[in-house]
Design a binder for this molecule. Structure first.
Ligand code: ZN
Length: 239
């Protein structure tokens, strides 16, 4: 584990930092590199080994180092399983996350599939419907947003941090009206990205896997969009 320099405060509280926390969690990237190094795909995209050292880290106290909780692996697996339309996510999932899920007496796999029920998809094929522990995934994404904000500004996220995810929205009892607002928000960020101005800058060491956008319309009111595999998005707001 990387150590932080002495006297540094945690990105999320006033406790002294004891380690460096990756944002997003390292396992999101670890699986990615593992896939390219050890799968049949030896044709490494140019620059990947270098990118690895550019992952974002922030100083973290013991309580805010989520690597210990197992939540990060749970979230990384659920996101890859749901990154519809991403061949990269599917290939990574099949080659490495299945292995992660069956490790340690398959505790991660059992946890994910515990709520699985037989279902039929839109094409009429039999499948499994899984109810994800959205609160657990949100915890990981919240810490990621707080860490990225600290990385960007050198300050802690100013207040409460609410995580919104269009994909999990109905699972958490969200209203259609709120979902429409979320889609509007997504469209706004997309417009900024298309214009490529300062506000539209997309950040992240390996955008195939993860990138984020941060805007702050008013002081101390950050709004962040986080994108996994170019298809699975989360928003973090301060209210
Ligand atoms: Zn802390």
């Amino acid at each position: 584990m990387q150590r932080s320099s002495p006297g540094t405060q945690c990105y999320a509280c006033e406790q002294p930092a004891t380690s460096a926390e990756h944002a997003p969690p390292k396992c999101v990237f670890f699986f990615f590199f593992f896939f390219f190094f050890f799968s049949h795909r030896r044709d490494l995209p140019e620059g990947i080994p270098d990118q690895r050292s550019h992952l974002i880290t922030v100083p973290a106290c013991v309580a805010h180092n989520q690597a210990k909780s197992g939540d990060d692996e749970y979230a990384a697996c659920c996101i890859a399983m749901n990154a519809e339309g991403s061949a990269l996510a599917m290939a990574i999932f099949e080659s490495t996350r299945l292995r992660a899920m069956t490790r340690n007496d398959a505790s991660l796999g059992r946890r994910i599939f515990r709520t699985a029920k037989p279902a039929t998809n839109r094409e009429g094929q039999e499948t499994l419907a899984i109810r994800y522990e959205v609160a657990r995934i949100d915890r990981v994404i919240e810490q990621t947003a707080r860490a990225l904000y600290f990385h960007e500004t050198g300050m802690r996220w100013p207040s409460a941090c609410k995580i919104l995810c269009p994909r999990f929205f109905r699972d958490t009892g969200g209203h259609e009206e709120s979902l429409a607002r979320l889609e509007h928000l997504s469209g706004g960020f997309e417009e900024l990205r298309r214009r490529q101005g300062e506000l539209g800058v997309v950040r992240g060491a390996h955008p195939d896997v993860f990138w984020y956008q941060l805007v702050e319309p008013k002081p101390a009111s950050p709004l962040m969009r986080m994108m996994f595999y170019g298809t699975f998005e989360f928003f973090a707001t301060a209210s």
